[in-house]
Write a protein that binds this ligand. Structure first.
Ligand code: MG
Length: 392
């Protein structure tokens, strides 16, 4: 069997390190040929040396220059363009584990080079939705060139193998409900950074953990599901499932629902995306069906967790609206993490910025410069709102 050559972007982050762990379990199937990180030089070098990788990229220019002079044996690409160039190298798969809107251009570069993308970078689809879907369809079809690493979308992909697309009635995404499940709006006014960061089931980076607490993460995942699986908004739903064992469900036209179950561990969706359409005979974790356990489901409280409706509204309007929502939300989350704004302000800032966005004609196809400009505008608008609130 020939080795599947893999590029890993964001290799020093949470998804990146778990991806390398999965790849390391299958040296007979995969070869890592390029690694990209932001600024964590020491970890990147240790990874490159351990795997015998020569092509690396660092988004931080200063860090890249240092590394290039210290290690002339490595091909060091520098800056955001360097990460994009690394994504365009010849490979059979590009894993995009970058955090934030900066992950969009590498996704487009990989697809442009005809390389399928294992996508953990949500923002690629949120910010660049139409662009990414069009690039994936040009690269051979989104079903085979955009492989979700998100647990929910991986679950949906698996369940969708249980029937034809024209037999699907609904995609139901599960949400853990985060640390504030069952709370009312009044309860959430004074919650702290530490409370919001204490996710009950998943260990993740700070941005996505806060997005799970506000349910913005689930809202963004609805937009992703809409684009990845080409389903209308009416066919997308969310149900709260606190145990995070059922990762999502597909309901078919005859009333049958198929669900995917596994312990909350990202190595499974990562491994599946790496080997898709194969399953590899290596279980990092599995459900223990000899043990008594309860799986529960409850409706989502959309009036307390308003981020869900906001994301749906932005997703329905398409174009640059999801990019604006995402950018405003990122700014507000960073401000919350820095103690500069309250938990409830996150959704309020995102909503106000979304309402203030004066979009271009929605019938004109979006180009990359439009979404980048929308992203910049929204960051500046949201920053102004937060500063204004601080002075109140
Ligand atoms: Mg998820």
């Amino acid at each position: 069997m020939t080795l599947r050559r893999v590029l890993v972007l964001g290799s020093t982050g949470s998804i990146g390190t778990q991806t390398l762990e999965v790849l390391g379990a299958h040296p007979d199937r995969f070869e890592v040929v390029g690694l990209a990180a932001g600024r964590d030089v020491d970890t990147l070098v240790a990874q490159a040396d351990g795997l015998g990788v020569r092509h690396v990229a660092l988004g931080d220019r200063g860090a890249a220059k240092e590394l290039a002079s210290a290690r002339p044996d490595l091909e060091v690409l520098d800056g955001p363009e360097g990460v994009v160039a690394l994504a365009s190298l010849e490979a059979e798969l590009c894993v995009n584990g970058v955090t934030g809107a900066i992950g969009l251009e590498p996704t487009l570069a990989a697809l442009g080079a005809g390389t399928p993308v294992a996508l953990a970078n949500k923002e690629s689809l949120i910010v660049g939705g139409d662009l990414v879907v069009a690039a994936a369809d040009r690269a051979g079809g989104r079903d085979t060139t955009l492989l979700p690493v998100d647990s929910e979308h991986s679950a949906l992909l698996q369940c969708l193998r249980g029937g034809r697309r024209d037999e699907v009635r609904r995609l139901v995404l599960t949400a853990s409900g985060g640390p504030f499940r069952g709370r009312t709006r009044a309860d959430l006014g004074e919650v702290t950074r530490e409370q919001a960061l204490a996710h009950p089931t998943w260990a993740m980076g700070p941005m996505i953990t806060i997005n799970s607490a506000t349910l913005m993460n689930k809202g963004l995942e609805l937009i992703e599901a809409h684009l990845l699986f080409d389903q209308p908004w009416e066919a997308l739903d969310v149900v709260v499932h606190p145990q995070s064992v059922v990762h999502s469900l597909v309901e078919f036209a005859d009333g049958s629902s198929l669900a995917q179950l596994s312990p909350p561990d990202m190595r499974l969706p990562i491994q599946l995306a790496l080997a898709w359409p194969d399953r590899l005979p290596h279980a990092f974790t599995a459900c223990d069906w000899t043990r008594a356990q309860e799986l529960t489901f409850e409706p989502v409280d959309r009036s307390t967790f308003r981020a869900l409706d906001l994301a749906e509204a932005a997703g329905r309007r398409r174009g640059t609206f999801p990019a604006v929502l995402n950018a405003a939300n990122e700014v507000a989350v960073e401000a919350f993490l820095a103690g500069r704004t309250s938990f409830l302000d996150i959704a309020e800032v995102a909503e106000a910025t979304l309402e203030a966005w004066d979009a271009t004609d929605p019938d004109v196809p979006t180009v990359l410069e439009d979404v980048l400009a929308a992203d910049r505008w929204a960051r500046s608008d949201a920053t102004g709102r937060i500063d204004g609130r601080g002075r109140r």
